[in-house]
Design a binder for this molecule. Structure first.
Ligand SMILES: [Zn+2]
Length: 396
């Protein structure tokens, strides 16, 4: 192996022949090369062409070699086709037409993106602009995601939403729906809103919707209707965390009537924490506070009962206890409790299904957290498409 040959093997461009290496500075090297082949095939008609029309010199950015920046200066020939007389430039394997960077360099950007996580740091390492980095990353992620595009659904699907960005005109937050495959442990798709049609459009390319036997959601009517129409064999399970959280606004309201809206008051968190996790002195404080305020006491008691309800083992026992809780709620004088009872009655079947399957939305909440980190590290994203690519890639 000749030294030139060795160098080009290192650069992984077997088509090229090295002519000379030019030292521009201590940090930069220019590799002057030409293509080895004698002929080229015409783009329009598949005819071999040996006639050289003229030459063009291109400068291609490549990855660093032994801590030095490398640029390939390639003197490209332009051939004339004998049949259709069109003129075309020769192409080099490993460099896409009209690109000023090699494929290896573009792959390196994606690799750096995995490790550094912000576009700016990748750009400073690779010595290029932020725009190029984000453009290349989106292009590469699209390619990566195509591999798993046709994987069918698993048995369990988890659905939840999270905030994406504020609408500049109305000032309202827009919400994004995430679909998680619980069996493959990955985020399958993001839909740009909570509306039926848009959710349908974003997940209709995924095959095997009849495989899904269970779908876990929070208590939203839209999701329920969507699952009933889209997944024919799916049974709905309501996530336990959302059931426990239903009563929190009522506690907050009655506590505010006593303490006011001061956030520094420690009773605020104590009332919402599970009683089993409190220290003895904290328990005494909560008991004292509740005994002085009968409304807070009533709501607090119901909150503890719903929390303890989820410790029950077995479907029949759980069903009995839930009936008892809702019956006691019917006797309450507080409006919030009676509203809560209606919700619990409406979703009773789905709530009790938890005790048969043990499914929760924990995984999708974890992914939501990751998605929010992506939003924060990039200081907010404007384009939903780019956000979707990054979220799907980092949660797969
Ligand atoms: Zn031709």
């Amino acid at each position: 192996m000749t030294p030139e040959n060795y160098l080009l093997k290192k650069l992984m461009l077997p088509d090229l022949k090295l002519l000379k290496v030019e030292k521009i500075s201590n940090k930069t090297l220019h590799y002057h090369c030409v293509k080895k082949t004698k002929w080229e095939v015409c783009r329009k008609c598949p005819t071999k062409s040996y006639t050289v029309h003229d030459h063009r010199t291109v400068s291609i950015r490549d990855t660093k070699l032994q801590y030095k920046n490398v640029r390939l200066i390639i003197k490209k020939r332009r051939f004339r086709c004998p049949k259709c007389k069109s003129v075309f430039t020769e192409s080099v394997n490993g460099i896409r037409p009209r690109h000023r960077t090699s494929e290896k360099y573009r792959n390196k950007l994606l690799f750096d993106y995995k490790n550094f996580h912000t576009t700016k740091s990748v750009a400073s390492i690779a010595r290029c602009s932020d725009t190029l980095v984000s453009k290349v990353i989106n292009e590469r992620l699209e390619l990566e995601l195509r591999k798993s595009r046709n994987t069918p659904w698993g048995k369990t699907v988890l659905i939840d939403e999270h905030a994406f960005k504020k609408d500049p005109i109305t000032g309202r937050k827009s919400f994004v729906t995430s679909f998680v495959d619980n069996n493959r442990k990955c985020l399958r798709e993001l839909a740009p809103s909570r509306f039926h049609d848009e959710m349908f459009r974003s997940i209709q390319h995924i095959p095997g919707r009849e495989n899904v036997t269970h779908a876990v959601i929070d208590m939203t009517g839209t999701y329920k209707n969507f699952i009933e129409s889209y997944f024919p064999n799916a049974r709905i399970v309501v996530d336990k965390f959302h059931v426990i959280r239903l009563i929190h606004p009522a506690i907050r309201k009655y506590r505010k009537e006593v303490t006011g809206d001061r956030r520094s008051n420690p009773i605020r968190n104590l009332l919402l924490t599970n009683r089993k996790r409190l220290q003895p002195y904290q328990k005494r404080a909560v008991t004292r506070f509740c005994s002085e305020n009968p409304n807070v006491n009533e709501v607090y008691r119901f909150k503890e009962r719903i929390t303890n309800f989820y410790n029950i083992k077995g479907f029949n026992q759980a069903s009995r206890v839930l009936t008892k809780i809702t019956d006691d709620m019917a006797r309450s004088k507080l409006k919030e409790i009676r509203t809560l009872r209606k919700t619990l009655m409406k979703w009773r079947k789905e709530i009790l299904r938890y005790f048969k399957t043990g499914l929760t939305n924990a995984r999708v909440e974890g992914f939501n957290r990751k998605c929010k980190l992506i939003q924060r590290t990039s200081y907010g994203l404007r384009s939903f498409e780019n956000y979707r690519l990054r979220a799907l890639y980092s949660c797969s």
